[in-house]
Design a protein around this ligand. Structure first.
Ligand code: ATP
Length: 453
């Protein structure tokens, strides 16, 4: 259950996201478009770091996974075969009093009577199925034959390209195809900031295997995915594995886990890990008339592989990173008096900016030139930020607030003015402990690289 303090925390997070350029409401100057968000200068960095790390551990660091990048506009037949045209819908209710629309499970119930969560009205329509896919037309003729959809998940293009990917990569089972990309769902009630959006990104892996390996691989991928979240700074105790019950699970799935996170607005899904059997490939083989079978060269058998799918949301994970990182603590101001410090404690691997670089004074040529040398040294290897304005303490605070894990200050000791032994050394300050160490400029790249890898 979320408390008023949680709601307040969420408000502060949303406000910080806008103020510091992580996330803006889409089309804001025209009043906004509900359920759509734009990522600003820092948001785009955070999102890229997340996607790059997922790609690194899922594709580059494995021998058994290849990547792909499919089209967003999707042939109607693909989504008919997958069951989305017929069944990708939520039950919707309208309130006749305030005219709002709701998903059936969002109605509130008082003394056994369903009510509108917006106005409390009891005059509600019956539930009807509302298809969540965005429909469009491809080409000049806007008729039945030209209908296409914005994909509601990235997975289907992986299934449809299964044979091509298998042939070009010459992989043997078990092997996977990974994809990161946009997906679109016309959610009835987008809510909780970016958590439920109408346009979002997914990081999906379809891991193909033999039927007898399915249940074991479901466990394997659940564990791998939990490790992933820990490696980006989301502690295990804030993650929950929900076993999706027989009644809630898709009819073709033999086992599904939801990985949930303690958001300030409650425990909610970050990712689904599902053993989908051979349902998807069988459906596409049947509907297209093209073989999607795998040929086992040892046993000389032909069969449709089964698949385990870890499917994560980029936007939900970015939101979890921000919620997890957000903290207020106490730090001394310029005069040593304690004040509240706002800090985003991102894992250095995820932090948008890795290192702030400051000359102690902006009107000293020697300090400025040296600081710019440090910028040139680090810039090819990581995203750094040069800042010369304001007192050093204020510059640290600005970086704390956007989650920069390290700051380097070039001072008079760097120039060798106080002690020749300290020439070409700088102070390296760590965001969370606020500890400072003296380090040689020549050791800086190596020291930072291991910490942000
Ligand atoms: P939910 O039950 O929350 O609607 P789902 O079970 O329908 O999600 P999946 O179809 O399993 O979601 O999609 C995989 C992942 O894609 C989800 O775990 C989530 O991270 C992300 N996702 C799905 N819908 C949205 C959305 N509307 N906004 C943002 N991310 C989403």
């Amino acid at each position: 259950m979320s408390t008023p303090a949680d709601a307040q925390r969420m408000e502060k997070i949303v406000s910080l996201c806008k103020r510091r350029g992580f996330i803006f409401q889409s089309s804001e100057i025209y009043g906004g478009l509900n359920g759509l968000w734009d990522y600003g200068p820092l948001g785009v960095e955070l999102k890229r770091n997340l996607k790059n790390y997922w790609w690194r551990v899922t594709v580059h660091e494995r021998d058994d996974v290849v990547g792909m990048d499919g089209a967003i506009l999707t042939h109607r037949e693909v989504l008919k075969a997958s069951g989305h045209v017929e069944g990708f819908s939520d039950p919707m209710i309208d309130c006749r009093t305030c005219k709002a629309h709701f998903r059936f499970d969002q109605l509130i119930e008082k003394k056994g009577v369903k009510q509108c969560p917006n106005c409390g009205g009891k005059d509600l329509t019956d539930a009807r199925q509302f298809n969540l896919m965005f429909e469009t037309h491809v080409g000049a003729a806007a008729d039945e034959s030209s209908i296409a959809y914005l994909r509601p998940e990235t997975a289907q293009s992986i299934f449809v390209q299964f044979k091509n990917s298998l042939e070009v990569s010459r992989k043997k089972l078990p092997f996977g195809i990974a994809q990161i990309g946009k997906a679109f769902r016309n959610e009835i009630n987008p809510r909780n900031f970016t958590f439920r959006s109408r346009e979002f990104e997914q990081m999906e892996l379809e891991y193909f295997c033999r039927a007898e390996e399915g249940m074991k691989l479901l466990e394997y991928w659940k564990e791998e995915r939990l490790k992933f979240y820990e490696n980006i700074g989301i502690p295990r105790e804030k993650l929950h594995v929900k076993t999706v019950s027989d009644e809630e699970r898709a009819f073709y799935s033999k086992g599904t886990y939801d990985i949930e996170y303690d958001f300030p607005f409650g425990q909610q899904e970050l990712e689904g890990v599902a053993y989908r059997t051979d349902y998807d490939l069988s459906q596409h083989q049947k509907a297209s008339g093209k073989s999607l079978e795998y040929f086992d060269e040892v046993t000389k058998q032909r069969f449709i592989p089964h698949v385990v799918e870890p499917s994560a949301g980029v936007d939900r994970t970015v939101l979890a990173l921000i919620c997890e990182g957000y903290a207020e603590d106490q730090a001394p101001d310029e005069k040593g008096k304690m004040e509240t410090r706002l800090v985003l404690r991102f894992h250095p691997r995820m932090a948008p900016i890795k290192c702030g670089i400051f000359p102690l004074l902006k009107n000293n040529e020697g300090l400025v030139a040296k600081a710019k040398e440090v910028v040139d040294l680090l810039r090819p290897h990581m995203f750094v930020f040069y800042d010369e304005s304001g007192a050093i303490g204020r510059r640290y605070r600005r970086q704390d607030e956007i989650g920069t894990p390290f700051c380097v200050t070039v001072d008079f000791e760097t120039l060798g003015e106080k002690d020749e032994k300290l020439r070409d050394t700088v102070t390296l300050r760590e965001r969370d402990s606020m500890k400072q160490e003296r380090i040689a400029i020549s050791d800086l790249l190596a020291a930072l690289s291991v910490r942000i890898a």
